[in-house]
Structures are given as structure tokens and as C-alpha cells.
Write a protein of this length. Structure first.
Length: 532
């Protein structure tokens, strides 16, 4: 049986996928929740939110992600970061997955990746789970009903959590697999029910395709000033550094919280929803994001809740610290209807420094910006990836290495060109530790971070006095209204100054050793701007 709105010339059977059970095309949110509840995939929460769990995979599995080594991409993929899969192995994997799918019900969503129609990707997502269909419908951009009548996908994603890959037979690492085949325009996901793999697979596609058109693909959130899209800010950062929280500023218009493009016309969101971490979320600190957790159709993932009242426990991380909620962008009152912005006026690079060395904010020259963009220093926070249970200092180039199919300098050069063309001011913002390293110090006060960003975005910060950081060479403000001066000098926040000096020396060395891999690919001015 086939139900739902679909282009009759573009059904799964037209795509060579046959002998399935019921196929549900483009069901809307109420129907998807009904189907998910009927299949015991989760629980109905307060306000009509859907409460789900993802089994043993409560985060992404980046080591199980592969790119098929076909002739069309062999010279353009960053193979050191994207393990290859042989085409013959992919073909076997695909056939085995199709065999596994026979007789089972599947859910299909035909969606857009990208708010800019000139650069969007038309994506079909086929899922075994009804709540995965709800999730990806929330996260990508939803066509109007009439647009479905002529929809044909540029790429198709097939997600079968119950399918178990065979490493020897399929050329992968474990029973979990995410395989991208650019030639066949197909992504296969198996062995994991973590919903984030669906959206990140589409992000990876756009990260490969858009730079070929001169469009910068960015792992960032974005907002703009009220009634002034020209005053746009983007916030680069890995999960847990504050992209969602800091971009959801009630004084500015939210463009999006995670994935964007920067074209010759400006900034555009890839998505139609937000995917926020909910650990320690509170109505006082983040009222609008908190409110979404009890709104109809929000997908609440891996949260502990009271079986009787359905009250969510925002502090209990016994399932995972990576508990999340996915909600449509319009659930945030100040969200942009178009999801479009101007060329970024300010670029913020968010880092979560577990060493407690970096200042809460620093101004970067364009060369320093490229250096820190390529370095991508941060700390992986608990739960975001399998096996991460406490902050781990790491370098994730472009602030999103797991999603970057091309070499880092491709993105770095694009960013540098756009900064030069449009004159953006660049800032490095540390949302990590102060007063000591992880385990000794404390997290940077979010109120201070918000005040510093407010000063940066309204232009008042650039009018004040700066000092040159002796370790990294960037400019650090000496004083900012409402922020304790001591926070702006990390060494002063440490009781043991010798311990700070040793920690700073250690971090500088880590930066230098990591950046050696990029030295053959950068200009002299970036090389000269490496460290202070």
C-alpha cells in the first residue's frame, strides 16, 4: 500500500526499490506521531512532543562513516579524514540492505537542503522508523504540498537501524555503517538509530557540492539584527560550544542554529529546524528553547522522564549527556521566516577550551582567523560522539572535521576570500573553562559570554582598549562593561600562576604541532600569524 503525496513518476518502485510493505510518502506531523506511537517507537510527551530513545548509539559514529571511492570524486575527497569504501563493496551493501528491507514498512520524506533556491539540494529520506521521518521532516526544509507533485531527488538517503553491516563483506568497520556514494547519489545508513546521522549525512553532501560552486559551507549558527539582515553574524563551533544557545538571542533574528551556506548573495540556512542539547536546559536561562520541549511535534531524544507525568528531567544524564530536542525553526519567536541573511559582518569562532588558557573573547586578523579556522581547537563534550564521557581537547579543522569531505584548505581559502571581499570582523570566543583546567576550574559564565558578544556585535567592543596576547598574538579587550576584568586575563583567574604558565605552554605546543600539516598549503601571512 502507498499513501501520501508524491510525484507518481518518482516512487520508490521507480527507483528500483520494490517488494516493501506499506510505504508512507510525506506524512505530516500528526500522522507520523500516530504511526510512531502505533509501532511503540516512543511515548507521547507533554504538549504533544514525541519522546524517543536511540538504543546503544546515543551520538554520531564518525569512525563508521565512509565515502565510496568512485572516479568522479577520487581526486577531490580528503581521504585521510574520510575512509574510502570500494564501489564493489558498496554495491553488495546496497543489495543486502534492499533485501533486508523487503516486506517492511517504510516512511519517505521529500525535502530541501538549503533556504536559497539557487543552491538547495532536493533530498529524499527513506526511513525504517516513523519517528526518524518526523525528525528529518523537522530538521530539513519542507516543500509546499504542490511542490511534491513534481519532486525528484538529487540524492536519496536510506536509513535502516535494524540492518547490521558485515565488515568483511561490506568493507566497513563494524555492524554500523554510513556510506556516501556521490556517483550513485545515494547514502546508506545502517546499524544505528541515532537520528542525527540523517541530518549530518545531508550536511556532508552540501559540504562537498557547494564549494564547487564557490559557496562556503559552514558548521555554524547565524542571526542578524532586527529589520537589518545586512548585520549578520555567524557562529562557528562544534557541538557543545554554544552555537544554538548563543545564536538564540532574543535581541536578534535567528537564521539557524547549525548549518549554513555563504554565497555571493549572502548567508542561508540549510535547515528548517533546530537540534538543541537539553542537558541542564532551564526556563530561566533559555526560555524559548526550553518551551519547545513541550510543544507539538518536537522530537525529544534520549531524555529521562517521569512515566506518570511525562515531566522531563534535564539534569539526569544516565542515558547520555547528549540528550537533545529537535523542533521546527518557527517555534522560536524571533526566527527568520526566510532563513536568509546578508554577508556576515561578524564571524565568531566558538571554542570550548578545557585547558582554561584562552580568554573569553579575542579579536582576530584575517590571517589569524584562517589559522584558527583551520586549527578548529575545542574540546569534544560528553556524549556527542560514542565513547566521549568527559571533555577531550581536540583539533577539528573548520570546526567540523567529521562533516568535511574536501581538504580543509578548500574551506579555509573560501572563507578567507569572502572575509576579504566583504570585510567581516572575526572573533575567537571561549565558552570553556576559566580559573583552571577541566576538573579544577569552572565553565565560563554564560552571562559574561553574552555581554561580550553583545559588545562585539553592536560595535562598541572595537572602540575600547586591547592588549596583545603573549601566547597567541591576538587582541584581547582590557575592559568590557558588565564583565569582571579578571575574566579577560585568564592567568589572573588561576590561583597557581606557575600551573597556568605550564598549561599555556602545553597548549601552544599542541597548536603548533597540529598546524604543521597545513604549512604546505597556506600563504606566508597566515604562516606568520600562527602564534604570538
Amino acid at each position: 500500500m502507498t499513501t501520501g503525496r508524491v510525484n507518481p513518476a518518482f516512487t520508490l518502485s521507480n527507483q528500483g526499490i520494490s517488494e516493501l510493505g506499506n510505504v508512507y510518502y510525506n506524512l505530516l506531523e500528526p500522522a507520523l506521531i500516530e504511526e510512531a506511537l502505533k509501532r511503540n517507537e516512543g511515548t507521547l510527551g507533554k504538549g504533544g512532543a514525541f519522546l524517543s530513545t536511540t538504543g546503544k548509539h546515543t551520538g554520531r559514529s564518525p569512525k563508521d562513516k565512509f565515502v565510496v571511492k568512485t572516479d568522479d570524486v577520487v581526486d577531490t575527497i580528503w581521504w585521510e579524514n574520510n575512509p574510502p569504501m570500494e564501489p564493489s563493496k558498496f554495491d553488495i551493501l546496497y543489495q543486502d540492505m534492499l533485501e533486508h528491507m523487503k516486506g517492511k514498512d517504510y516512511f519517505v520524506q521529500d525535502l530541501f537542503g538549503g533556504a536559497d533556491a539557487e543552491h538547495r539540494l532536493d533530498v529524499r529520506v527513506v526511513t525504517e522508523l516513523a519517528w526518524h521521518s518526523l525528525f528529518i521532516r523537522t530538521m530539513l526544509r519542507r516543500p509546499e504540498l504542490h511542490e511534491l507533485d513534481e519532486f525528484t531527488a538529487d540524492f536519496t538517503v536510506i536509513n535502516c537501524p535494524t540492518f547490521q553491516a558485515d565488515p568483511e563483506k561490506h568493507g566497513c568497520r563494524s555492524e554500523t555503517v554510513i556510506a556516501l556514494n556521490f556517483e550513485k547519489k545515494l547514502i546508506l545508513i545502517g546499524g544505528t538509530a541515532y537520528a542525527g546521522e540523517n541530518k549530518k549525512s545531508v550536511f556532508t553532501l552540501l559540504n562537498y557540492l557547494l564549494p564547487g560552486k564557490g559557496v562556503m559551507a559552514m558548521h555554524c549558527s547565524a542571526n542578524h539584527a532586527p529589520d537589518n539582515p545586512v548585520d549578520t553574524a555567524v557562529f562557528f563551533g562544534l557541538s557543545g560550544t554554544g552555537k544554538t544557545t548563543l545564536s538564540a538571542d532574543p535581541q536578534r533574528v535567528l537564521i539557524g542554529d547549525d548549518e549554513h551556506g555563504w554565497s555571493n548573495r549572502g548567508t542561508f540556512n540549510f535547515e528548517g529546524g533546530c537540534y538543541a542539547k537539553t542537558i541542564n536546559l532551564s526556563a530561566e536561562a533559555e526560555p524559548e528553547i526550553y518551551a519547545t520541549t513541550s510543544m507539538f511535534g518536537t522530537v525529544v531524544e534520549n531524555m529521562v522522564f517521569d512515566e506518570h507525568t511525562k515531566e522531563l528531567d534535564f539534569k539526569d544524564d544516565s542515558i547520555t549527556a547528549n540528550m537533545r530536542c529537535a523542533y521546527p525553526l518557527h517555534y522560536i519567536s524571533n526566527a527568520s521566516q526566510s532563513a536568509l541573511g546578508g554577508h556576515p559582518k561578524n564571524i565568531i569562532m566558538l571554542t570550548c577550551d578545557a585547558f582554561g588558557v584562552l580568554p573569553p573573547i579575542a579579536r582576530l586578523t584575517p590571517a589569524q582567523a584562517m589559522y584558527h579556522f583551520l586549527s578548529g581547537f575545542t574540546s569534544k563534550v560528553a556524549g556527542t560522539e560514542q565513547g566521549v564521557t568527559e571533555p577531550q581537547p581536540t583539533f577539528s579543522t573548520c570546526f567540523g572535521a567529521p562533516f568535511m569531505p574536501r581538504r580543509p584548505e578548500v574551506y579555509g581559502n573560501l572563507l578567507r576570500e569572502k572575509i576579504a571581499t566583504h570585510g567581516a570582523t572575526c572573533w575567537l570566543v571561549n565558552t570553556g573553562w576559566t580559573g583552571g583546567a577541566y576538573g579544577t576550574g569552572s565553565r565560563m559564565p554564560i552571562r559574561a559570554t553574552r555581554l561580550l558578544l553583545q559588545a562585539a556585535l553592536n560595535g562598541s567592543l572595537t572602540e575600547g582598549e586591547f592588549r596583545k596576547d603573549e601566547h597567541f598574538g591576538f587582541d584581547v579587550p582590557v575592559s568590557v562593561r558588565g564583565v569582571a576584568d579578571i575574566l579577560l586575563e585568564p592567568r589572573r583567574t588561576w590561583s597557581d600562576k606557575d600551573a597556568f604558565d605550564a598549561q599555556a605552554e602545553k597548549l601552544v605546543k599542541m597548536f603548533s604541532e597540529n598546524f604543521e600539516q597545513y604549512l604546505p598549503f597556506i600563504d606566508d601571512d597566515v604562516r606568520a600569524a600562527t602564534l604570538g
